[in-house]
Write a protein that binds this ligand. Structure first.
Ligand code: IPM
Ligand code: MG
Length: 376
């Protein structure tokens, strides 16, 4: 890794479905901000998910993992599709994703849910509940029931029994709690830890350890909520939250709920970080096989994932700001892909949406450095 120089190795993993459409578009934006902000990106590309199964028989080929380990950051599109759904669990495309998370030790998954003013009407919730929403879900990503042992389905005396194990040790809880307190400190200073401590012992430990870590962060206010209540509160009054920290499975579920509050899954980026701030960045949406190959996919979640990459793994915050402002400007101009289209806006495809972001990147950068541009 080259974290001390201005040159970074980026591994591109477009994956399946619309992943192969949105990743190249996001790369155009990444390349543009790198040139404007004076850093150098070197790219590799590899297979993961269904395309890797088709080419090599496995969802995470060793070459892909090797390149991922050597990279400063990974940009992933999406994995999966109906053609691979009947494969045994261990060979499914999702295993590629889970393997990368666990092999790179990407334990901290940041999933912001931010309502863009231009899109607040697209939410299924009332405008006043979601306008100005800005919450961050921090999901533990390499432990819990997703990875706990024992696991599997066994048959005894003709009766099948399925087992998964919800396991956390205190180190795993402590390190994700620290990430969450650090993030809350940089935002509005409020952290809500979500568990099911009234029923599950493992989450009683979760709660106890989060309370212990709180002693190091007396400036952050900490609350606790059971996961069923948290699901309800997210749709009742989402703006009560600043940062939510929770385990792997609860985070999976709550982050989809939070995503929908913002109006579209097509808008949300995510970051998965390890202890060295090496990260994998991916849109929260899936491979969308129904619209794949038609140039219709919304590239903004992937473009915003590049912004998160610039902020967290490349330490280029000005590049991150530039991308986020350009996305905002593009939405303000009324451009919409079909997933966020509303009456009166301008419907565009993947490429035109990105062209507009690129145009706005140049314009905002030009304005910021005192060179006025007039593109319109
Ligand atoms: C997510 C996805 C994955 C998960 C799947 C595709 C394995 O739902 O990133 O939220 O469950 O973690
Ligand atoms: Mg999910």
């Amino acid at each position: 890794m080259n974290s001390n120089s201005n040159e970074y190795n980026i591994l591109l993993l477009p994956g399946d479905g619309i992943g192969v459409e949105v990743v190249p578009e996001a790369v155009r934006v990444m390349q543009s901000v790198a040139e404007l902000c004076n850093f150098t990106l070197k790219y590799d590309e590899a297979l993961v998910g269904g395309c890797a199964i088709d080419a090599t028989g496995e969802p995470l080929p060793p070459e892909t993992l090797e390149l991922a380990r050597k990279s400063d950051a990974v940009l992933l599109g999406a994995v999966g599709g109906p053609q691979w759904e009947s494969l045994p669990m261990a060979q499914r495309p999702e295993k590629g994703l889970l393997g990368l998370r666990s092999e790179l030790k990407l334990f901290a998954n940041l999933r912001p849910a931010l309502t863009f003013p231009a899109l607040a009407q697209s939410s299924s919730l009332k405008l006043e509940l979601v306008s100005g929403l800005d919450l961050l879900i921090i999901r533990e990503l390499t432990g819990g029931i997703y990875f706990g042992e024992p696991r599997g389905v066994e048959e005894n005396n003709g009766i099948r029994r399925g087992v998964n194990s919800y396991v956390y040790n205190e180190h795993e809880i402590r390190r994700i709690a620290r990430v969450a307190f650090d993030m809350a400190r940089k935002r509005n200073g409020r952290l809500c830890s979500v568990d099911k401590a009234n029923v599950l012992e493992v989450t009683q430990l979760w709660r106890d350890v989060v309370i212990e870590v709180h002693a190091e962060y007396s400036d952050v206010s900490l609350s606790h909520m059971y996961v069923d209540n948290a699901g309800m509160q997210l749709v009742r009054e989402p703006k009560q939250f600043d940062v939510i920290v929770t385990g792997n499975m609860f985070g999976d579920i709550l982050s989809d709920v939070a995503a929908m509050l913002t109006g579209s899954l097509g808008m949300l980026p995510s970051a998965s970080l390890n202890e060295n701030n090496q990260g994998m960045y991916e849109p929260v949406h899936g491979s969308a096989p129904d619209i794949a190959g038609q140039g219709l996919a919304n590239p903004l979640a992937t473009i915003l994932s590049v912004a998160m990459m610039c902020r967290y793994s490349l330490e280029q915050p000005q590049a991150a700001d530039l991308i986020e402002q350009a996305v905002q400007a593009t939405l303000d101009e009324g451009l919409r892909t079909s997933d966020i289209f509303t009456e009166g806006s301008i419907q565009v495809g993947t490429r035109d949406m990105t062209d507009s972001v690129l145009k706005n990147v140049l314009e905002i950068h030009g304005n910021g450095s005192g060179v006025r541009t007039n593109v319109s």
